[in-house]
Design a protein around this ligand. Structure first.
Ligand SMILES: [Zn+2]
Ligand SMILES: [Zn+2]
Length: 149
C-alpha cells in the first residue's frame, strides 16, 4: 500500500484533505452546517486520532502555528476555530483541525487566528490574535493590532 507521503506528493493542502475517508463513519456524528464530531466511544477516539495523524501528514509533519517539525508522539489536533473543541460548535472534520505542538496549542489557548494577516517581522502566514494584540509563534514577535480588533 502506498504511504500517505507518497499519495500526497505534488498535491495542494486542499487536494490532500479531500482524500480523507473515515475508518469508522458510524463513530462520527453529523451536525448542522456540515460539522462532524467524533463520538466519545473507543471507535470515536480511534477515528479522532486517525484524523489527527492524517492532518499531521497533510501539513508535512509540521506544527501549523510555529512552522517547526512535530513528532507523532507530540502532535495534538488544534481546532482552527478556537470554539472548535468544546460546546456547540466543535468540528472534527479534517478541514477544521491542524497539527500542532501541545505547547503551542496551550500557548494559543482560545485565541483566534487573525485571518489574512502575516507576521510583519518574519512573513509567517499564521498570526494569533487576542482582542488587541497579535503574536507570531514562529519568531515570537508581539505587536498591537492595527484596528484594535
Ligand atoms: Zn509549534
Ligand atoms: Zn514572525
Amino acid at each position: 500500500m502506498e504511504s500517505l507521503e507518497q499519495q500526497f506528493r505534488g498535491l495542494s493542502i486542499e487536494q490532500r484533505l479531500a482524500l480523507y475517508e473515515p475508518l469508522y463513519p458510524s463513530a462520527v456524528e453529523l451536525k448542522k452546517g456540515s460539522r462532524q464530531i467524533c463520538k466519545n466511544t473507543p471507535k470515536g477516539w480511534t477515528e479522532y486520532r486517525r484524523r489527527r495523524n492524517f492532518v499531521w501528514e497533510v501539513y508535512d509533519r509540521k506544527c501549523w502555528l510555529c512552522g517547526q517539525p512535530v513528532s507523532s508522539e507530540e502532535v495534538t489536533a488544534d481546532h482552527r476555530d478556537p470554539r472548535g473543541m468544546g460546546g456547540g460548535s466543535r468540528d472534527d472534520r479534517v478541514e477544521a483541525i491542524r497539527p500542532c505542538h501541545g505547547e503551542c496549542n496551550t500557548r494559543r489557548g482560545s485565541r483566534r487566528i487573525a485571518g489574512g494577516e502575516s507576521c510583519p517581522y518574519c512573513e509567517h502566514g499564521v498570526v494569533v490574535g487576542g482582542k488587541k494584540d497579535r503574536e507570531c509563534f514562529r519568531c515570537n514577535a508581539k505587536w498591537e493590532a492595527v484596528n484594535g480588533v
